[in-house]
Design a protein around this ligand. Structure first.
Ligand code: MEV
Length: 434
């Protein structure tokens, strides 16, 4: 295909023109589609344009809400940005179910973030250790200016450690640092600290070691793996409260626990099980302007921390009490990044009562747990297709450009009939052919 240089310097119109003429059989139509999603408010559009490079248009996701979440005795309406039709309905159902049974309990177990300076050193480990011990204070002091504001608020660098990784990779060491970034996700703060530590480390080392033994920094970067930035959420109630009929309630609880046990030992199931959890987690993470790629990468590393990919949730029946819980690492922020820029993110955070990062961790974990509860509840009772296809009905109707009258007729029809793609098409055809 056509190559281009200096593309990023083009105006938005020029970019679209170039793209439309080179990549589309109907350039006019492609241009119109891209422009259809521009915001009429020029200032707002410019804000979105500047979030990233080479912006052509906006990519919409539905922004919805799951109300009635009772978490630690407080009621939340949880904002969710998600395209999958059944997710918000499932979250809302689970919220209502658990609201009537005492609600969700959640607690933050720890909030440590991690960053590392990766370097090689060919000399004796003992000498490196001695050098590190001698330089540690200076390394930390060199970040004073960067950390000043964070320290004033009670955060900053918690620790710095020299880690010998030469068993796994020849000459490889790390400066492993832990951070408390309070209400910020902290990526910029951590990376700035690490780059300063790395610079000071190299300066001090070159004055200390001979040229052939001088450590060489490979890279300095935060880690998105934050096993000590952990939140736990749970629900519980007597088994007999799960359903009206006692026998059904017992059967349901047992099947539910078994379903979670399966996801603990069978990676094929665990991935889908956890995907369902992430339906809830990602939707909140996105709506609140957080980094869902970081959260995804971390959560799945956590799910495989013992060598096998496992369920993130646990369920049990103890002395007639059904318990269901989740423990996940979540590095989230409620200040910085998009949180003060994106109008919908600001709105989402306001909807949650402008939570601290800790509070948002709890809300997000609850959304994941609720989603998993709803999925397993359907899976071990009716199966998920009944609910899914009901929600999917709208997508099918849109696909066939159904009119308002056709929609209401079809929706009415499928209140008492099983939804399938072909059944919807059949009913629509019958309508259209009189
Ligand atoms: C669909 O997005 C998610 C589920 O497959 C999750 C699960 O199977 O637990 C319903």
């Amino acid at each position: 295909m056509t190559q281009i240089s200096g593309f990023s310097k083009f105006s938005k119109e020029e970019k679209i023109n170039w793209l439309a003429t080179n990549y589309f059989s109907h350039p006019q139509k492609a241009t119109e589609t891209l422009k259809l999603y521009w915001n009429k408010d020029v200032k707002l559009q410019r804000l979105h344009d500047e979030f990233t490079e080479n912006t052509l248009s906006n990519y919409y996701l539905p922004f919805g809400v799951a109300p009635n979440f009772l978490i630690n005795e407080k009621t939340y309406a949880i904002p969710m940005a998600i395209e999958e039709s059944s997710v918000i309905a499932a979250a809302s159902k689970a919220a209502k179910f658990w609201r009537e049974r005492g609600g969700f309990k959640a607690e933050v177990l720890n909030t440590k973030k991690v960053g590392q300076v990766h370097f090689t050193y060919p000399g004796e480990t003992k000498k490196l250790n001695e050098f590190f011990e001698k330089s540690k204070k200076q390394l930390l002091a060199s970040t004073d200016e960067i950390t000043e504001n964070m320290r004033k608020r009670g955060g900053g660098i918690l620790s710095i450690q020299l880690r010998d990784k030469t068993d796994s990779l020849a000459n490889y060491y790390q400066l492993h640092c832990e951070f408390e970034t309070l209400d910020a996700m902290g990526a910029n703060f951590i990376n700035s600290c690490l780059e300063q530590i790395s610079e000071s480390f190299q300066d001090l080392a070159s004055a200390h070691f001979s040229e052939e033994n001088n450590p060489e920094v490979i890279m300095s970067i935060l880690s998105n793996y934050v096993p000590d930035c952990l939140v736990r959420a749970e629900v519980s109630c007597p088994v007999s409260d799960l359903m009206k009929d006692e026998k059904e309630a017992n059967q349901f609880a047992e099947k539910f626990v078994e379903a979670v046990e399966i996801a603990k030992i069978e990676p094929y199931r665990a991935v889908t099980h956890n995907k369902g959890i992430m339906n809830g987690v990602d939707a909140v993470v996105l709506a609140t302007g957080n980094d869902f790629r970081a959260v995804e990468a971390c959560v799945h590393a956590h799910a495989s921390r013992n060598g096998t990919y496992k369920s993130l949730t646990t369920a049990s029946i103890e002395n007639g009490i059904f318990k269901f819980s989740i423990e996940i690492p979540l590095a989230l922020g409620t200040v910085g990044g998009l949180t003060s820029l994106h109008p919908l993110v600001k709105l989402a955070l306001e909807m949650l009562g402008n939570p601290s990062a800790k509070e948002l961790m709890k809300i997000t974990a609850v959304a994941g747990l609720a989603q998993n509860f709803a999925a397993i509840k359907s899976l071990v009772t009716t199966g998920i297709q009944e609910g899914h296809m009901k929600m999917h009905l709208m997508n099918i109707l849109n696909q066939f450009n159904a009119s308002i009258e056709e929609r209401s007729h079809v929706i009415e029809h499928f209140k008492s009939n099983t939804v399938s793609h072909s059944a919807v098409v059949r009913v629509l055809e019958q309508l259209r052919n009189g």
